[in-house]
Write a protein that binds this ligand. Structure first.
Ligand code: ADP
Ligand code: MG
Length: 280
């Protein structure tokens, strides 16, 4: 196969959008799997109490499993709870259990509550080229931990009428975290998901998103594809469930774009990042 470029240092990417059901988890696990299948070492940190990323990667996450909860709340080393993803060499997952639902409250009274994930990742020094953090659909302390731990934000946007609503709030939060907690943070990537080419509306939303985020939007658009939605019930990503499907090919192409853009950006000073206040 044709390997993807390896970044000079690990890239930590938070997949965020406080809207539920826009394709955060699907994008995190499939881009991660595609990169691992092209020779990169990748970790997915499941930061959603629903544990959908853990499920999609075939990782057990019933309540007594050591998980990201133990890392955030008990200070357990992240490497101890990371699991190898079956059938995808090079891919590991830090699972989330339902305990994590309580962490949003428990974190409030802890020291350095916003930077516990960052610290855990730094101490773990994972042998990873990419770390993808899959966020819950909210802007609470779990998502703040993800934004503090990362340098990059990947925003999946579903091409439907309300897509841009609420994005302003996400961008303002990113800006707040950047100003106060993590100056390196930037939106590096926007991906259009669940695109239905038959509707005029989808095309209009895609145009609006491209006008607003410009080059940050991947050329690859993820179509609505039934194989993508079936894969999680088999504990698989679409990359292993049906590698020849349109969904798998598009996620492979999206992952390639992310890896190649990163490689190009390493050569040049970064002037592509999005900053400034949102008016989406
Ligand atoms: P989020 O993590 O933002 O809540 P998910 O990734 O879980 O969103 O996606 C929401 C639902 O849509 C899931 O059932 C998922 O399987 C399905 N889905 C996501 N992307 C696609 C797609 N491109 N085609 C068809 N179904 C999709
Ligand atoms: Mg999700």
């Amino acid at each position: 196969f044709d390997p993807f470029p390896r970044p000079a240092r690990p890239r930590i990417v938070t997949v965020a959008n406080q809207k539920g059901g826009v394709g955060k988890t699907t994008t995190a696990v499939n881009v991660a799997a595609a990169m691992a299948m092209r020779g990169l070492r990748v970790t997915v940190v499941d930061l959603d109490p629903q544990g959908n990323a853990s499920t999609a990667l075939g990782i057990d996450h019933h309540a007594s499993i050591p998980s990201v909860y133990d890392v955030l709340i008990e200070g357990r080393p992240l490497a101890e709870v990371a699991r190898n993803v079956p059938d995808v060499p090079g891919l590991t997952c830090v699972p989330a259990t339902i305990d994590l639902a309580g962490a949003e409250i428990e974190l409030v009274s802890l020291v350095a509550r916003e930077s516990r994930l960052k610290r855990a990742l730094a101490e773990a020094a994972l042998p990873a080229d990419y770390v993808f953090i899959d966020c819950p659909p909210s802007l609470g302390l779990l998502t703040v931990n993800a934004l503090v731990a990362a340098e990059e934000v990947l925003i999946p946007i579903q091409c439907e009428y309300y897509a841009l609503e609420g994005l302003g709030q996400l961008l303002r939060n990113i800006e707040l975290v950047r100003a106060h907690l993590n100056p390196a943070l930037r939106v590096s990537t926007v991906i259009l998901t669940m695109y239905d080419g038959r509707t005029k509306l989808a095309a209009q939303v895609a145009d609006d998103v491209r006008r607003y985020f410009k080059d940050l939007v991947l050329d690859t658009v993820i179509p609505r594809n039934v194989r993508i939605s079936e894969a999680p019930s088999f504990g698989q990503t679409v990359m292993t469930y049906d590698p020849g499907s349109a969904g798998a090919l598009c996620y492979l192409s999206a992952a390639r774009e992310i890896a190649e853009r990163a490689a190009r950006a390493e050569g040049a000073p970064n002037d592509q990042s999005f900053s400034g206040t949102a008016s989406a």
